[in-house]
Write a protein that binds this ligand. Structure first.
Ligand code: ASP
Length: 313
């Protein structure tokens, strides 16, 4: 059997063991395990990294614990506007959607943009028209209503602040919520893929879009270098063109994956106040999971190693 590898994340931020219950920790770990299993089953049977990334992300989108799909945060107007992107490292094709509502799995819609349209990036109402055309799965508003997310919005509105899911203040119940999701994978044929999906920021206004659906910022994959999916303060990740920067450092400067990740996440981002992290995989199957925040929900699995699941520093 040829080698394969997959890594996933469920968001980075102020994730502290002191504010986590044993029950919650178990729920997060089993969600991460389910996602890895969904991706690995595809890779093990010789399937593509693109399928593995899409299915690993769908599993997280369907889980209300994460800020993507079902668990997407609320905008200022009480809607769930979601962003997602996916990229195929084999031929540099990519697809992305921003500000979509009522779409069960935004990652699959992003993939449809890549494979069934002549475009890369569709937004808002136009993206929904396209979704109908390709028979994307829609859900009504109730499906996306998660009480905890709604409470987050009320809290954010009190102070008229926008809250990044990963840096929000403590809520009354002492919980902190995080959760943009992403996956990167290399399949048995040596092809890389990356994807990211998010609800963005609680109380966001004006059609705000973060880094997650932006190719080169939140997501990037290139068979010559690496596959990257980011999570963190989107504005800073856009300005730092994080995912492409790591690929460039490998391609043009000859850095290893670890060197490139350390430079971008622990140095360049920190200098401009860009809190967050990313998952990275190079074309030899090496994996890095760096973050400069308190924690990041993360997991990885390769064909020749056991699953690793991490939450805290
Ligand atoms: N990067 C996402 C955004 O800014 C948020 C996150 O990663 O939690 O929309």
């Amino acid at each position: 059997m040829s080698k394969y590898a997959i890594a996933i994340h469920g968001g980075a931020g102020t994730i502290l063991k002191s504010t986590m219950t044993a029950e919650k920790e178990l729920a997060y770990k089993s969600a991460l395990q389910d996602s890895i299993n969904a991706g690995e089953n595809i890779l093990k049977s010789g399937g593509s990294s693109l399928d593995a990334v899409e299915f690993a992300i769908k599993s997280l989108e369907n889980n209300p614990l994460f800020n993507a799909g079902k668990g997407a945060v609320f905008t200022n107007l009480g809607k769930n506007e979601m962003d997602a992107s996916i990229m195929n490292g084999k031929d540099l094709t990519a697809g992305a959607v921003a500000g979509v509502t009522n779409i069960k799995n935004p990652i699959s819609l992003a993939r449809a943009v890549m494979e069934k349209s002549e475009h890369v990036f569709l937004a808002g109402l136009g993206a929904l028209d396209f979704a109908k055309k390709v028979n994307a799965e829609f859900e009504n508003d109730d499906y996306f209503f998660v009480q905890m997310r709604y409470d987050q919005l009320q809290k954010a509105k009190e102070s008229d602040r926008m809250i990044l899911d990963h840096t929000e203040d403590k809520f009354e119940n002492g919980e902190k919520k995080f959760g943009t999701v992403g996956a990167v994978a290399i399949d048995q044929h040596g092809n890389l893929a990356a994807g990211t999906s998010t609800g963005g920021m609680t109380n966001k206004k004006y059609g705000r879009v973060g880094d997650s659906p932006i190719i080169g910022a939140g997501t990037y994959a290139n068979n010559n270098t690496c596959a990257i999916s980011c999570t963190g303060h989107g504005e800073l990740f856009i300005r730092s063109v994080v995912a492409y920067d790591i690929s460039c450092l490998i391609e043009y400067k000859g850095l290893t994956l670890k060197q490139a990740c350390d430079l971008v996440v622990m140095d360049k981002l920190v200098k401009i106040g860009g809190e967050g992290g990313l998952i990275a995989l190079d074309n030899k199957g090496n994996i890095e999971l760096p973050f400069n925040s308190e924690g990041m929900y993360r997991a990885k699995k390769t064909s020749d190693s056991d699953i690793y699941i991490g939450i805290y520093k």
